[in-house]
Design a protein around this ligand. Structure first.
Ligand SMILES: [Zn+2]
Ligand SMILES: [Zn+2]
Length: 352
């Protein structure tokens, strides 16, 4: 089978390797149907290189069909359509014992410590699999993982029906946040980015207002659109050192700022933004991953429910579709960011 393996920083190879064998009796073998590139995959590819083992297959956002089950697997059978939670909590640390798996002291992810999904087949613990309703196609099912990350963040925000929401950054996570904000009861959603195309995507996803941060300061724009008030909730989904400071001044007094994007660099907060925390008595919360108990948790069930009902539809976020044959070139191009992209999806069996 084909597998995309990471050997070093920006050194990716498409290789022909044997189909993996089920080694643990609780594992399943999955035929990968769709698998997306996560922002963290791009960072691993471009900045960090392999986490542990050199030459591991990477990728962790995917869906597929069960091909074979281990002898102790009872809740899945060959032919079942599945989505997969890639998180591997240790199950023994203080936080795992409380089923607060996102906080696990040694949380690992499929694709970083074991072979991932940029391949024709993958083996994973059956416990990580979720049954996929027929209504959810494989491409959208590969977005259940990032969607669950967004839902988890909204849980941290303690949002109330009728709240107003600002979403900073219109990459896939920000775009999903727009629709989730509506499901969580937002009265008005303002999306901010610096690329006009992405702002159009934001409008297509249901944003009520958009601000181009190059044309107007985010602070001025949000104040203009909220009668000087700011919004109840602000979601940082850009993962940019500059916006991480900026978002603090966009919330209303007593509002909540949720950090979801990862800047991978130092963040300097100027006095004006920092003082907003005290002066406006803000709630500043972080959100990490998506998994809770019972594993993988409510954010996952919620995503599957609302996708099935058609209340969220993230298919339009998928802007590029490829087979694994293109993977090496695609990563090169995308890491340089010389093309505009939303979600990039690989279809090992052929583009859908
Ligand atoms: Zn991811
Ligand atoms: Zn743990």
């Amino acid at each position: 089978m084909k597998a995309v393996k990471l050997y070093a920083i920006q050194e990716l190879k498409l290789e022909e390797v044997p189909v993996p064998q089920i080694k643990d009796t609780k594992d399943v073998l999955i035929k990968v149907k769709a698998t997306g590139i996560c922002g963290s995959d791009l960072s691993r590819y471009g900045k960090f290189g392999p986490k542990k083992e050199v030459g591991l297959t990477f990728g962790h956002e995917f869906s597929g069909v069960i091909e074979e089950i281990g002898s102790d697997v009872t809740n899945f059978k060959k032919g079942d359509r599945v989505a997969v939670s890639p998180g591997l909590p240790c199950m023994v640390c203080e936080y795992c014992k409380m089923a607060d798996y996102s906080k696990c002291n040694t949380l690992e992810v499929i694709g970083a410590v074991s072979d991932g999904s940029f391949a024709d087949y993958i083996t994973v613990p059956a416990e990580n699999c979720l049954h996929l309703p027929d209504e959810i196609k494989f491409d959208q099912a590969a977005l259940i993982e990032p969607s669950a990350v967004v839902v988890h963040a909204f849980y941290q925000a303690n949002m109330k029906v009728g709240d107003t929401v600002t979403i900073m950054g219109c990459g896939p996570i920000g775009l999903m946040s727009i629709q989730w904000a509506k499901v969580f009861g937002a009265k008005k959603v303002i999306a901010i980015d610096v690329m006009p195309e992405k702002l159009q995507w934001a409008l297509d996803m249901g944003a009520d207002e958009v601000i181009n941060g190059l044309e107007e300061k985010a602070y001025d724009g949000v104040k203009r659109l909220t009668n000087g008030r700011g919004t109840d909730i602000v979601v940082e989904a850009a993962g940019n050192a500059f916006t991480c400071a900026q978002v603090l001044s966009l919330a209303c007094k007593g509002g909540t700022v949720v950090y979801m994007g990862i800047p991978y660099s130092d963040v300097t907060i100027d006095r004006f933004n920092f003082e907003s925390i005290m002066r406006n008595e803000l709630h500043v919360v972080g959100s990490w991953n998506s998994i809770t108990g019972p594993y993988p948790g409510k954010a996952w069930d919620t995503t599957i429910h609302f996708m099935k009902e058609g209340k969220v539809d993230f298919t339009p976020i998928i802007t590029h579709r490829y087979t694994l044959d293109d993977a090496v070139e695609v990563f090169k191009k995308v890491y340089k960011r010389d093309t505009l992209f939303g979600k990039i999806m690989f279809f090992p069996e052929g583009v859908e």
